[in-house]
Structure formats: structure tokens, C-alpha cells
Design a protein around this ligand. Structure first.
Ligand code: SF4
Length: 82
């Protein structure tokens, strides 16, 4: 299922697209703590197995799917749609 309605301004991400539209087939948003503690392979494909992670504010959340352009995009199995 394409994440075509995800708008994101992080334009140094591999999945970022023109118009600030995320081009990842799916993404995983989680807490900063989980993002810090889990390896790159833990991502949207494993979402059903990840325990809920409450956050106090938007600043305590992150996009776990982020991969810097030129980085390793194979660790999590997420595909770029276009
Ligand atoms: S994967 Fe995350 S950080 Fe990258 S463009 Fe999509 S929403 Fe933004």
C-alpha cells in the first residue's frame, strides 16, 4: 500500500519526493527512543510485532523509515514507489 498521502519535508531522505510527498510504499513512525535503540531492519514490515510506544509530543516521535540519500536502503525491505 503506497504511503502516497504522507507529506514530509525531509528532503535528504531516500524516499522524499517532489512536492514534499513521501514515496515509500509504507513507513513506520515511532518514538525517538525506539528509533534510537532498534536496528535499521526494524521498520514498517515489522509493525505488527512492535509494541506501542507512547510519546509526550511530536518532538518525541520519528520516522523510522528515514534513510539518508546514498545510505543503505536494503536493511528494512521498504521500496520506493517512484
Ligand atoms: S521515509 Fe520518512 S523521512 Fe523519508 S520521506 Fe518518507 S516520511 Fe519523510
Amino acid at each position: 500500500m503506497p504511503a502516497q498521502h504522507i507529506h514530509c519535508s525531509v528532503n535528504n531522505c531516500h524516499y522524499w519526493g517532489k512536492g514534499n510527498v513521501c514515496q515509500a510504499e509504507e513507513i513506520m513512525v515511532t518514538s525517538d527512543a525506539l528509533g534510537d535503540n532498534q536496528p535499521d531492519k526494524v521498520d514498517a514490515k515489522m509493525a505488527a510485532d512492535i509494541s506501542p510506544t507512547p510519546a509526550d509530543s511530536c518532538m518525541a516521535t520519528c520516522c523510522k523509515t528515514f534513510v539518508e540519500k546514498g545510505g543503505n536502503t536494503r536493511a528494512d525491505g521498504i521500496r520506493r514507489m517512484s
